[in-house]
Design a protein around this ligand. Sequence first.
Ligand SMILES: [Zn+2]
Length: 306
Amino acid sequence: MNRRTLLKSATLLPLASATDGLITSAPSARKRSLRFAYLGDTHITPDSKPMESVAKCFQHAQSHADKPAFILHGGDVIMDALAKDRADVQKQWDAWNSVVKANNSLPIEYCIGNHDIWGFEEAKSDPSYGKKWAVDQMKIGNRYRSFDRNGWHFIILDSVQPKPDGKWYTGYIDQEQLDWLKQDLAKTGTKTPVLILSHIPIFSPTGFFSEKNVKDGAWTIPAALVLSNTPELLKLFYQYPNVKTALSGHMHLLDRVDYNGVMYLCNGAVCGDWWRNDTYQQTKAGYALIDLYDDGTLERTYLHYQ
Ligand SMILES: [Zn+2]
């Protein structure tokens, strides 16, 4: 190989790596549309460690010279409302609201997580039962929704569906929401870049982290870890090349899957190992800065705040 062919093959390298469908134009040509901070799985309690740590995380997220425009919360704001009485759940939301008030000046856009849903059996007739209380606390109006920000379309899904007994949940996008999602994507068209957020991942290898998910020599990943109607969602997204990314939390793990031009990102957890340890499996407690660009590309930087 002479110098000329060597140079030629060297210049081909970046082009070859750009064919994965993520980089649709030369990075120098793109302009950043928006920077936001993804915080998820804060699992706050009124105890001092979670309160101080979440405060620290908020301060860290706002300390960058290049500040995020808002915070996107991926769900599981509070430790757990599933089987707790009203007074206990109220204390957790109070802890969250007081930390936000004292430490955060950015707008927060929320997504519902499984631990935010009030499933206390004795409260079935209470109007706040189920997702209502979380929707009110998060001031989101509805359990799923969409909005536009700086040329990007954000779709926030409700991926957590309690089972009939109310004691446990499973992950899927219910029919009513699926119909809405199809309409929302059709309305948005195929040009505006779309970001999707669900608490439970749509597509993630993190279900493979535990050998508990192997039964009789076969992988059995429950829908509580990866949505049961993912195949349908993958087909839907394939019709929209402008669906660029799908973010999630829930697993407390950090991953990235690139599939059919969509970047699926699971974004760790602010609480790490539910405040027991700073690291869960191999992922350290943290949050992500996400930069969105006008050509539909994006970058994620996962940061440790402690
Ligand atoms: Zn969680």
